[in-house]
Design a protein around this ligand. Structure first.
Ligand code: CAO
Length: 546
């Protein structure tokens, strides 16, 4: 496999310049124009692009080395027999014209007086139109950044604009210091050599004849070595010089700027790790990595910090099991509701002594019918009537946040605990069914749920949900609303409590209820009225038939 030594091309100066960045490592496969190293003189930094594609076999320089034209940078394996030698004109255009102290390095085009037209000169100062210098191509290119604004004092060499062709981006430095008086272009414009950039008020400007030409800071890199007369792939792209614009006060080369733009990253947010805090590609990569990590540590981009993942094995034995699909769905539904809905939970103790006495009288009939009757069917019926009497609870907010749907049916979901997780079958038209029908349907649906026989349609269309932990225990709990419903009733364990009847404390069967409601749809007063009505129905079940 052929090996080629890649030398430092003509960088527009014979002085040794410092290697400030090595952009590749041994074993890397590079394409033509990929940056190999970055050099920095006291005037500019330059990325040295690869003149050809190949694999890096050896690197002959290290950061801090001083190199000059012709010094070996690295050895490339499998490099095409391309023009490794730099294209001098392009190099000159790219590297030299940052400052007027190197006028001889300017391209002929850059020296055209048309590029800097003095206007309205006064003794003390004059206004000059600064034009786009020779950018190595006669094609129009995009203005992708305007780095200065009217009224701004700029120094010679400060980046005025950044241009981008389909092959490279170029920073156009100010040919001289002055105050920007007017901008002649904006981001998105397409410009070519000679297009006016801005009007610059220049102090103590020499006569027009002496006015120096504006010079390009960068050159368009030619795409292939097969076009030796064009600016070559080996031509260094002059990187930025520090600019004065606050928003652009970042030290980075065009390739890095382009990369940042492609990634949608604001360079100003990145701490450069290169010399003089120069931002390097790796800085952008690690910034992006950090962002992704941070995003991963927040809940779905909400900015809510995620619970950290802990290796529990460090504290003792751990058996890690996958979550069932149902568990995952329930978790996601709960989370969605918890995060979306402002929950308020209200508590009440309902005296269901009479209900329980009545239920006790149903035992024989219950056995005859083969239907077990718990307090639940009564709760379903009472809830249905309360929903009809208080339509705000029998409603759903629409996703547009502008409307609410009042339902003309009363379907109530019932939270059922099964070995594989929580399911909520829905009993339809609860308001129209008898207590026996509700008891039978509850038993059927609960059994189907436990046998995993429920169809998706059995779990749809609910207006309200009841979650009963009464057979299990607990004084009370705050149920999470089964969105898009607006309320849920939590039922806890009935206990006998002493209740003052005006003369004595009497033992009463008190059922603890909790009502969680969506405070976007329902106000506290509405909830108070709904709950009081529900309490009245349950404590005097005769009212259920009214
Ligand atoms: N207070 C005291 N006892 C109660 C009661 C209450 N609030 N509610 C029911 N009971 C009693 C019943 O009367 C029954 O007693 P007997 O056997 O002596 O008659 C016993 O508790 C068992 O009732 P049950 O559970 O068979 O029937 P149910 O109608 O009360 O409940 C169902 C049915 C499907 C809701 C229930 O089986 C269930 O799955 N509950 C859990 C619901 C759940 O997980 N909710 C939480 C959701 S949020 O995480």
């Amino acid at each position: 496999m052929s090996k080629q030594t890649i030398p430092v091309p003509d960088i527009g100066t014979t002085d040794p310049v410092e290697v400030i960045e090595i952009s590749v490592k041994v074993g890397d496969t590079v394409k033509a124009e990929d940056s190999l190293i970055v050099l920095e003189s006291d005037k500019a930094s330059m990325e040295i692009p690869s003149p050809t594609a190949g694999k890096i076999a050896e690197i002959r320089v290290k950061v801090g080395d001083k190199v000059k034209q012709g010094d070996a940078i690295l050895v490339m394996e499998g490099a095409a027999e391309a023009s490794v030698a730099p294209a001098p004109e392009a190099v000159k255009a790219a590297a030299a014209p940052k400052t007027e102290s190197a006028p001889k390095e300017s391209t002929p085009a850059a020296e055209k007086p048309a590029e800097s037209k003095p206007a309205a000169a006064t003794a003390a100062s004059s206004i000059e139109t600064i034009n786009v210098p020779d950018i190595g191509s006669s094609e129009k290119v995009d203005v992708i950044e305007v780095n200065v604004k009217p009224g701004q004092q700029i120094a010679e060499g400060d980046t005025m604009i950044v241009l981008e062709s389909d092959k490279a981006s170029m920073e156009i430095p100010a040919p001289k210091a002055g105050i920007v008086r007017a901008l002649k272009l904006k981001e998105g414009d397409r410009v070519a050599i000679g297009s006016p950039i801005l009007e610059l008020e220049v102090a103590g400007t020499p006569s027009p004849a002496e006015a120096p030409a504006a010079k390009p800071a960068a050159t368009v890199s030619a795409p292939t070595a097969a076009q030796p007369t064009q600016p070559s792939a080996a031509a260094p792209v002059v990187a930025t010089q520090k600019t004065v614009a606050a928003t652009n006060d970042v030290y980075a080369g065009p390739a890095v700027r382009k990369f940042a733009r492609e990634m949608g990253i604001d360079l100003a947010k990145i701490n450069g790790s290169g010399p003089k805090n120069r931002v390097q590609k790796d800085d952008i990569k690690s910034f992006v990595r950090d962002l992704i990590e941070k995003r991963g540590s927040t809940v779905a981009g909400t900015g809510i910090p995620a619970v950290p993942d802990i290796d529990f094995a460090q504290f003792g034995g751990v058996d890690i099991q996958p979550l069932s699909k149902l568990h995952k769905i329930t978790a996601s539904n709960m989370h969605r509701s918890w995060l979306n809905v402002p929950h308020v939970t209200q508590f009440d103790d309902v005296d269901i002594s009479e209900l329980e006495d009545f239920r006790g009288t149903l035992k024989a009939e219950s056995e005859k019918r083969g239907v077990k009757i718990s307090p639940l069917p009564f709760l379903l019926k009472a809830s249905a009537l309360a929903l009809k009497a208080h339509p705000k609870f029998n409603a759903s907010l629409l996703g547009d946040g502008e409307r609410i749907a009042y339902k003309q049916y009363v379907h109530i979901g019932l939270a059922v605990d099964t070995p594989v997780g929580l399911v909520v079958p829905v009993i339809r038209d609860v308001d129209r069914k008898s207590i026996w029908e509700l008891a039978a349907e509850t038993a059927t649906l609960a059994q189907q749920a436990k046998d995993r026989k429920l169809k998706p349609s059995d779990m749809q269309g609910g207006c309200f949900t009841i979650s009963s932990l009464g057979s299990i225990g607990g004084l009370g709990f705050t149920p999470i609303i089964n969105t898009p419903e607006v309320a849920i009733l939590g039922v806890s364990k009935l206990t006998v409590k002493p209740v003052w009847d005006g003369k004595n404390f009497v033992p009463r069967k008190m059922l603890p209820l909790s009502l969680s409601y969506d405070h976007r749809a329902v106000n506290g007063a509405d909830a108070g009225r709904f709950f009081t009505y529900l309490n009245e129905l349950l404590s005097d079940i005769r009212r259920l038939v009214l």
